[in-house]
Design a protein around this ligand. Structure first.
Ligand code: NAI
Ligand code: HPV
Length: 592
C-alpha cells in the first residue's frame, strides 16, 4: 500500500572524494557482454580479447606484474603529448602518475577505446575529469598507499628547514664550515598550521605532535572530532595563517585552492614564518612567494611541488637561497611506490573486468553490500529503459522521463544512482550510437536534453527487498503500441524482480508477467479463447522458442495485452502472420 510519496532527485554529482573500500559489481551483469547490447557497466571488451594497458610513468614492479597477468602492458615512458595521443587509440587503459597530462585531446584521440585511466597516486589534477566523464572513461586513483610517504616528506622538509640541512650540506660540500650562519630554530613549542586536514594532513599533524609542536589545522570539510582525537585544533583559514610559525600545505589543487597563497595572504602571515608545500605547486602564487621571501615575511620555504613540473632551471624559487626544493618526491619511497602500484593495478584490472573500483573519482560510489542486493534491479532498470524507449513512435523526441521506485525502505535507505544510470543507458543506447555507462549517464542524458525525474513511493511492509517495483514513464510522446499509454497519457512500463530475475509486470494499464530475458512481443487483442495457441504455433513453425507468456486483460472477453517472451528473433513473416490474426489489434516486437 502506498503510504506516502515523495519526489526527490536522488542522484547527486559524482563525489570526487576517494574511498578505501573496494567494491565490485556482480560479474554476471557487468562483465564482457554476451550480446551486443547486454547490460554492462563500464567496460566493453571484445569477447576473449586481452586488453592493452599503457603505463606512461615508472610503476612499482608488483603492480606491473598484476597488470601483466590480465593485460598486455606497454610501458612507454617520456612520451610526447603527440605520441600519447597516437598510442592511446590502441589502449583500453592508461596508468599515469603526476607527470602525464591526460587532457581532453587524449580522450578524443582514443576513439572510444580508452575505458579506464588509473592515476597511481592521489592528485588527479593532471587528468581532465570532465573530458573523461564525457567519454564514459572511468578514472580511478590510488588514494591511500602514499599517504605516509607524503606526510614523512613534509616532516622531513619541516625539520630540514628548521635546521638548515640543505644549505648547510651544500656549503660544507663547497668547502666551507659555517657553524654560526646555520643556527636553526627549535620545533618544540612552535605552532604548525596544517592546511588541508585529509589523509596526509592528519598524518603530518600526528607526527608534528610527536615533535612537541602545537598543531592547528584548517580544513572546511574535516570533522572537528578527527582533529580533537589527535590533539589538533581546527581553526579558520585566517586564524591558521596568522598564528603559525610553520605552515604545511595538504589541500588538493582545485579552482578554489588555486593560488590560495597569494600576496594578500602572505601579508597576513607572522613575520618569519616557514612554509612547506608537499601538496601542489598551484596552490601557491609562486611570484608572490618570491616577494614574501624577499621581504622577510616568509623566512624559508621548502617546496616539493611546482606549478610547472619540472620547473625551469632559472625558476626564482628553485634558485632562492631561502628555499629548499625536492623534485616531487613526496610519494617516492620504495614502500609507497609498491603500495601505490598494487592499489592502482587492482583498481584498473577490476574496472577492466567490469567491476566498480572503490577509488573511482568520476562515478557515483555504491557500497559493495548495496550493490549486491541491487544487482537484479540494475538489470531490471536497464531493460525497462530499453522497453520504454522502443515503445516510442518514430519522430517523438524523448525529453521527459519519470522513474518511480516503490519500496518499503526509508527514503535514505535506497541508493538509486546506479539504477538511474542504467535506466538512462536503456533509454539512450537503443536509439543512438552512444555508449552509456555509470560514468557518463548523467552527462549523456543532460547533453541530449533528457530529463529524468525520480520519485519514491514508500510502501508499508517488510523492507527486506530493496524495491518492490520500478516504473518508467515517458511523457509527451506517441507510442507505436497504444496500449502502453497509461490513463495519464504516458508510456508506462513497470517491472519487479522475482526470484532474482527481472520481470515486466505492467504495460500501460495492463498487468502482465513476463521474465525479461531474450526479447518480447506485446500484442493487444480481443480477449478470446485460443489466442495463446494461435500465436504459439506461428512462432513454433518458425522454430522460435517461447520462454514465457502472460495475458493481462481489462475484463473477460474484452481487450487483453499478451506478453510473449521469445529466445530467438522471429522473422518478419512470422511477425506479419501474428499481426494478421484478426483478433490482434496491435503488436510490437521489443528487443531486450
Ligand atoms: N608531493 C607528493 O608526492 C604528494 C602529494 N600529495 C598531494 O597532497 C594533497 C593531499 O592528499 P591527501 O591528504 O591524500 O588528500 P585528501 O583528499 O585525503 O585530503 C585533502 C584535504 O584537503 C581538504 N581541502 C579541500 N579544500 C580545502 C581548502 N580550500 N582549504 C583547506 N583544506 C581543503 C579536504 O577537505 C581534504 O580533507 C593532494 O593534493 C595530493 O595530490 C599526495 C601524495 C603525495
Ligand atoms: O599522489 C600524489 O598526489 C602525488 O603527488 C604523487 O605523485 P607521483 O605519483 O609521485 O608523480
Amino acid at each position: 500500500m502506498a503510504a506516502a510519496s515523495s519526489a526527490s532527485n536522488l542522484l547527486s554529482v559524482p563525489s570526487l572524494k576517494t574511498r578505501s573500500l573496494r567494491i565490485s559489481l556482480p560479474r554476471r551483469f557487468f562483465a564482457v557482454p554476451r550480446r551486443a547490447h547486454a547490460p554492462s557497466s563500464f567496460v566493453v571488451l571484445a569477447v576473449g580479447a586481452k586488453p592493452t594497458v599503457l603505463v606512461t610513468e615508472k610503476l612499482g614492479q608488483a603492480g606491473l606484474e598484476l597488470l601483466k597477468e590480465f593485460a598486455n602492458v606497454d610501458c612507454s615512458y617520456n612520451l610526447t603529448q603527440e605520441e600519447l595521443c597516437t598510442k592511446i587509440s590502441l589502449c583500453d587503459a592508461l596508468v599515469v602518475r603526476s607527470g602525464t597530462k591526460v587532457g581532453k585531446e587524449v580522450f578524443e584521440s582514443s576513439g572510444g577505446r580508452l575505458k579506464v585511466v588509473g592515476r597511481a597516486g592521489v592528485g588527479i589534477d593532471n587528468v581532465d575529469l570532465s573530458a573523461a566523464t564525457e567519454h564514459g572513461c572511468l578514472v580511478v586513483n590510488a588514494p591511500t598507499a602514499n599517504t605516509v610517504a607524503a606526510a614523512e616528506h613534509a616532516i622531513a622538509l619541516i625539520t630540514a628547514l628548521a635546521r638548515n640541512i640543505a644549505p648547510a650540506d651544500a656549503s660544507l660540500k663547497a668547502g666551507k664550515w659555517l657553524r654560526t650562519k646555520y643556527v636553526g630554530v627549535s620545533l618544540v613549542g612552535k605552532t604548525v598550521a596544517v592546511m588541508g586536514f585529509g589523509k596526509v594532513g592528519t598524518e603530518v599533524a600526528r607526527r608534528a605532535k610527536g615533535l612537541g609542536m602545537h598543531v592547528i589545522a584548517h580544513d572546511p570539510y574535516a570533522p572537528a572530532e578527527r582533529a580533537r582525537a589527535i590533539g589538533a585544533e581546527l581553526v579558520s583559514f585566517d586564524e591558521a595563517i596568522s598564528r603559525a610559525d610553520f605552515i604545511s600545505l595538504h589541500m588538493p589543487l582545485t579552482p578554489a585552492t588555486s593560488k590560495i597563497f597569494n600576496d594578500e595572504v602572505f601579508s597576513k602571515l607572522k613575520k618569519g614564518v616557514r612554509i612547506v608545500n608537499v601538496a601542489r605547486g598551484g596552490v601557491i602564487d609562486e611570484e608572490a612567494l618570491v616577494r614574501a621571501l624577499d621581504s622577510g615575511i616568509v623566512a624559508q620555504a621548502a617546496l616539493d611541488v611546482f606549478t610547472e613540473e619540472p620547473p625551469p632551471k632559472d625558476h626564482k624559487l628553485v634558485q632562492h637561497e631561502n628555499v629548499t626544493v625536492t623534485p616531487h618526491l613526496g610519494a617516492s619511497t620504495v614502500e609507497a611506490q609498491e603500495g601505490v602500484a598494487i592499489e592502482i593495478a587492482e583498481a584498473v584490472v577490476g574496472a577492466l573486468k567490469g567491476e566498480l573500483a572503490a577509488t573511482a573519482v568520476n562515478a557515483p560510489m555504491v557500497p559493495a553490500e548495496v550493490l549486491a542486493e541491487l544487482a537484479p534491479f540494475v538489470e531490471l532498470s536497464e531493460k525497462l529503459g530499453r522497453l520504454a524507449v522502443q515503445l516510442v513512435a518514430g519522430g517523438s523526441g524523448v525529453k521527459s522521463v519519470k522513474v518511480t521506485y516503490a519500496s518499503a525502505r526509508g527514503p535514505d535507505d535506497l541508493d538509486t544512482r546506479l539504477l538511474r544510470a542504467m535506466i538512462t543507458k536503456g533509454l539512450i543506447e537503443p536509439i543512438s550510437s552512444v555508449f552509456v555507462n555509470l560514468v557518463n549517464a548523467d552527462f549523456t542524458a543532460k547533453q541530449r536534453g533528457l530529463r529524468i525525474a525520480e520519485e519514491r513511493i514508500v510502501l508499508d511492509g517488510s523492507p527486506e527487498s530493496p524495491l518492490e517495483y520500478i516504473q518508467v514513464q515517458i511523457a509527451n510522446v506517441e507510442s507505436k503500441f497504444a496500449s502502453a499509454i497509461s490513463e495519464a497519457g504516458e508510456i508506462t512500463v513497470e517491472g519487479k524482480v522475482k526470484d532474482g530475475i527481472p520481470h515486466l509486470t505492467k504495460v500501460g494499464t495492463f498487468e502482465v508477467d513476463v521474465s525479461l530475458e531474450g526479447s518480447i512481443i506485446l500484442c493487444r487483442q480481443v480477449d478470446q479463447p485460443g489466442m495463446i495457441g494461435t500465436v504459439g504455433s506461428i512462432l513454433g513453425e518458425e522454430n522460435v522458442n517461447v520462454s514465457f507468456m502472460s495475458v493481462g486483460r481489462v475484463a473477460p472477453r474484452k481487450h487483453a495485452v499478451m506478453a510473449i517472451g521469445v529466445d530467438e528473433e522471429p522473422s518478419k513473416q512470422a511477425l506479419k502472420k501474428i499481426g494478421d490474426i484478426p483478433a490482434i489489434e496491435e503488436f510490437v516486437y521489443l528487443n531486450l
